[in-house]
Design a protein around this ligand. Structure first.
Ligand SMILES: Nc1ncnc2c1ncn2[C@@H]1O[C@H](COP(=O)(O)OP(=O)(O)O)[C@@H](O)[C@H]1O
Ligand SMILES: [Mg+2]
Length: 347
């Protein structure tokens, strides 16, 4: 549905060249909620302006629904943009217009009849749960309500694609959650493909199925949310993931363990990582019952991502070297990723 191939974007200003995007390759399929995450300045907004056909790439191709910006007349370009809705961080509502008028703007622009406009606006207001605010002005609304109106306006033309640039970044966590639920509903009910830009990993974790991580104008990592959260490869990605999945053992846990005489020579610490099936089968229970080691669970954290359980656990295994090796093999045979966790490193 959306494909970027070897895309570069440079800006020239006062003789200075900024390389905003470099060799971007990305495929977004119909029905995706595709997250793009990166720190400020990474090139996210530039990328969205290319997908929206507001700007042309310096090199490479941006193909949206089999169309490329270079090959469209300005009339075709306008028609194309109508199939793409846009939601902004600061809502971009017209303060002097009522909620009704704000949502009606895209419909007035395409000269819809008064009756059609009225029906559609009230339908959208019902969808976002704000029918009673039709005649209010933006300044009379909360941030969350303003964003609902921004979303209703973006949906007015029945778009196939919704682009959200930091749509929840100006909202508190609770309101963020409500807006994300609304976006999920839009994706499921209307089958609208959503591209969602954010600097918050929680947002990605909550609703995206795929994610691309951007840094300095490049995509440094991409894949399904489950893959990327389960095995982040790049340091920046690991940093983002650790903001929602804490997979480090708290120092206090290790201190208490050693104080209680638990850091003995016949014991070893391991980090166990569970993904999908291994997280839902009672493999640790079987380990305790069937293996000859003593299992001391120090710290565990489980998260649910895309309806799959993802988790990590730090355990201390006590026993002979051979028994510990047997236990580790048993875990690996059952789909658990096992790495030795050096006590000094952890503490
Ligand atoms: N219109 C522009 N003219 C010149 N430089 C720009 C323009 N838009 C963005 N840039 C530069 O491109 C880089 C990426 O910006 P942007 O896409 O806005 O990043 P993000 O949305 O990830 O914060 C930044 O260095 C920014 O200064
Ligand atoms: Mg931006």
């Amino acid at each position: 549905m959306i494909r970027l191939e070897h895309v570069d974007k440079q800006y020239q200003r006062n003789g200075v060249t900024t390389q905003a995007l470099q060799d971007i390759n990305l495929t977004i399929n119909k029905g995706d909620i595709y997250g793009i995450i990166g720190y400020s300045g990474a090139g996210k907004s530039t990328l969205i302006r290319l997908i929206n056909f507001l700007e042309a790439p310096t090199r490479g191709e941006v193909i949206v629904q089999n169309q490329s910006i270079g090959h469209l007349s300005s009339a075709e370009l306008r028609a194309m943009r109508r199939k793409i809705g846009m939601v902004f961080q600061h809502f971009n509502l017209l303060e002097s217009k009522t909620v009704f008028e704000n949502i009606a703007i895209p419909l007035i622009l395409i000269r819809e009849s008064k009756k059609k406009i009225e029906n559609r606006v009230y339908e959208l207001l019902d969808f976002v749960g704000l029918r009673d605010k039709a005649h209010s002005y933006p300044k009379e609304l909360s941030g969350g309500q303003k964003q609902r109106i921004g979303i209703a306006r973006a949906l007015a033309n029945n778009p196939d694609i919704l682009l959200c640039d930091e749509a929840t970044s100006a909202l508190d966590p609770q309101t963020t959650q409500a807006i994300l639920d609304l976006l999920k509903k839009i994706n499921q009910q209307y089958r609208i493909t959503i591209v969602l830009i954010t600097h918050e990993m929680q947002v990605i974790k909550e609703i995206c199925n795929n994610v691309a991580v951007m840094e300095n104008g490049r995509i440094i990592e991409k894949g399904s949310v489950l893959e990327v959260f389960g095995h982040p490869k790049q340091q920046t990605t690991q940093h983002f993931v650790s903001s929602v999945i804490n997979d480090e053992i708290p120092a206090a846990v290790v201190e208490n363990l050693c104080a209680a005489g638990g850091c003995e020579s016949n014991s070893e610490l391991f980090k166990l990582e569970f993904l999908g099936r291994s997280a839902s089968t009672p493999v640790v229970n079987a380990l305790i019952l069937q293996q000859k080691v003593v299992v001391n669970i120090l710290f565990a954290q489980m998260s649910e991502i895309q309806k799959t359980v993802l988790g990590s656990m730090f355990v201390q295994l006590q026993g002979s070297e051979a028994d510990i090796a047997d236990a580790v093999n048993y875990l690996r045979d059952n789909g658990v990723q096992v790495t030795a966790a050096n006590q000094q490193e952890i503490a």
